[in-house]
Design a protein around this ligand. Structure first.
Ligand code: ZN
Length: 273
């Protein structure tokens, strides 16, 4: 039944997966390029020194991570193909197919919230996640700046969690297609009217909200963990707002100096002391 719905939309199952892969890739790349262009014209923080150099570093980290993400996504597709036959998860409930899919997307987003929060509360995970937070500036390329070990754990832990939920690779691709542009948007340096940001953050974590998550102060960066939906922060008490963030320092104390912003330094940093 479920496959029948996908296939009505896209054709055979293989064609469906191929199209979802392409759409997911297109929204990531298209959203990234579009936001990069817009933040160049209407930036929120105008004092960013060298956008090209900043992007080159963040994209270098992203390129290293592709070595994990590409085989990881193939492994996940095969793993979920089998796991869903053994354990239906949400699929086992007597619910309409659309409700099942929405529930699965919600639970995946809840896991993303919890995983992000764990990265801030467990010292071992923070060691790697702090590389993301050591970025002294924020723009769309910051959304791709992660240490490879964090990516490894993030991708590995998704396997049992997604299997438990009953997600298949179609659900994962659909989630990625919806979540990635939101992640790119809230990391971006695009300046949007405050009223629009306020309205949007009723549903998604916005640039204003996520900039607080990148504040140099721990009391501020231990907040606003949401990926696609802002509801989890409100529900679990981690939602934080400020009246103004215009002069708020970004990054981490003693971790965001120019000589620390090099690929080798960032890759080695979690293994020091
Ligand atoms: Zn974080």
């Amino acid at each position: 039944m479920r496959q029948a719905v996908w296939c009505t939309l896209f054709g055979s199952k293989n064609a469906t997966m191929e199209k979802l892969h392409l759409l997911s890739f297109a929204t990531t790349l298209g959203g990234g390029v579009l936001l990069w262009l817009i933040e160049g014209v209407v930036p929120f923080f105008s004092a960013q020194a060298d956008r090209g150099r900043h992007a080159a570093l963040n994209l270098s980290l992203a390129a290293v991570n592709l070595a994990i993400l590409l085989p990881g996504s193939l492994l996940m597709a095969v793993f979920l193909e089998y796991s869903v036959r053994l354990w239906p998860g949400i699929r086992g409930f007597e619910l309409p197919i659309v409700a099942q899919t929405l529930l699965i997307l919600l639970l995946i987003d809840l896991w993303m919230y919890l995983w992000h929060r764990l990265n801030h509360t467990v010292d071992f995970f923070w060691r790697f996640h702090s590389v993301h937070h050591s970025d002294p500036a924020l723009d769309v390329t910051s959304s791709w700046r992660f240490h490879s070990v964090e990516i490894f754990f993030s991708e590995s832990l998704k396997l049992p969690v997604f299997a438990l939920i009953g997600a298949d690779i179609g659900d994962v691709l659909l989630y990625s297609m919806l979540m990635t542009p939101v992640i790119e948007f809230h990391h971006s340096n695009v300046s949007i009217p405050e009223a629009l940001d306020r309205a949007l953050r009723a549903v998604i974590p916005t640039p204003f909200m996520h900039r607080i998550h990148h504040s140099v102060l721990r009391s501020e960066h231990d907040s606003n963990y949401g990926s696609m939906l802002s509801v989890w922060d409100r529900l679990f008490g981690s939602y934080r707002m400020k009246t103004s963030i215009r002069n708020m320092p970004l990054g981490l104390e003693n971790e965001s100096a120019p000589d620390q912003q090099r690929l080798r330094a960032l890759l080695l940093r979690p293994f020091r002391n």
